[in-house]
Write a protein that binds this ligand. Structure first.
Ligand SMILES: NC(=O)c1ccc[n+]([C@@H]2O[C@H](COP(=O)([O-])OP(=O)(O)OC[C@H]3O[C@@H](n4cnc5c(N)ncnc54)[C@H](OP(=O)(O)O)[C@@H]3O)[C@@H](O)[C@H]2O)c1
Length: 272
């Protein structure tokens, strides 16, 4: 469905670049079919130099030729940007508008764009950079199944992509979008344990990261409950159960679950 579609990426920062890179690597979209925009000349020139994608500060011009517009600006900039597009008639041809802004609802965006504009909200994460992202999409009032399928196809070029009802989006933000930062912290802490026992830092980092990758793949490929996979590792009276009890003493489960809950709550406040 993506072949030949013109796509405008509004905001070519961390996520806009990841999106452009993922689309180009997938081979489904050619550089000539992509347009980026940025606030500053430096960011625009960087996107063009690195990925060969035309990029300017003119949002309206980029959108006029696009069948799909992906908003990758900060939540606080969404209203100004979409109102600017509407005022210049840049959405008059009714493109699909996809927003990745945390905490900004489809209803909010629909209130600032021409009526009938199909809006899809998407929540990707930074592992999209390496094709291992997790993205959730949800549809606004005027978006159809075809629109969300198109959005899933876009984000599938950068990892997994599923659709959920919009009511879950702040939770998704707290779990899979903020989540990489939580896991980096855990990897660092696990490596600290190895360093404390005498491993060189680089070795400890490699062990902790590859172990995390393997454990995550086990959950995804076997489809088994993590608790059942944990039981495979915990020999009675062994070292792993001893380590787990030490973690439980530190309330590891509730600390992590509350981290997600707190991030989700704050995500809901970002667009206000
Ligand atoms: N980072 C994450 O892990 C993550 C994950 C999921 C979703 N998100 C969402 O993704 C969005 C972008 O986040 P980010 O981390 O990529 O932010 P970022 O790196 O700051 O990128 C934002 C980009 O928007 C550009 N911009 C600002 N005002 C603009 C305007 N009026 N017209 C066109 N471009 C404009 C900026 O240009 P200049 O560079 O020239 O200033 C910048 O390149 C946010 O809404 C965030 O909630 C982020």
């Amino acid at each position: 469905m993506l072949k030949g579609k013109k796509i405008a990426i509004i905001g070519s920062g961390t996520m806009g670049r990841a999106l452009a890179g993922g689309l180009l690597r997938s081979g489904k979209v050619a550089a000539r079919d992509l347009r980026g925009t940025a606030r500053t000349k430096a960011t625009a020139e960087r996107l063009t130099a690195d990925l060969g994608v035309a990029c300017s500060a003119d949002n309206a011009e980029a959108c006029r030729a696009a069948g799909i517009v992906v908003l990758c600006v900060k939540p606080k900039d969404v209203q100004k940007v979409v109102e600017g597009l509407g005022a210049k008639g840049a959405l008059a041809h009714v493109p699909l508008l996809i927003s990745i802004a945390a905490g900004v609802s489809t209803a909010f965006i629909e209130g600032h764009v021409p009526p009938l504009t199909p809006v899809v909200r998407a929540m990707p994460n930074t592992p999209c950079f390496i094709g291992k992202g997790m993205t959730v999409v949800s549809k606004g009032t005027n978006a159809t199944d075809e629109h969300t399928a198109l959005a899933r196809e876009i984000f599938s070029t950068m990892g997994r992509a599923i659709e959920l009802e919009e009511k879950h989006m702040d939770t998704v933000t707290g779990l899979s979008a903020s989540g990489p930062a939580f896991i980096y912290l855990i990897i660092e802490a696990l490596a600290d344990g190895g360093v404390m026992r005498g491993l060189p830092r680089s070795v400890a980092n490699e062990l902790a990261a590859q172990m995390t990758l393997g454990a995550a793949e086990m959950v995804l490929t076997t489809g088994r409950h993590p608790a059942s996979l944990k039981d495979d590792v915990t020999t009675p009276a062994g070292c792993t159960i001893a380590g787990i009890l030490a973690l439980e003493d530190g309330r590891i489960r509730s600390v992590l679950a509350r981290g997600v809950e707190t991030a989700a709550r704050v995500a809901g406040e970002l667009g206000k």
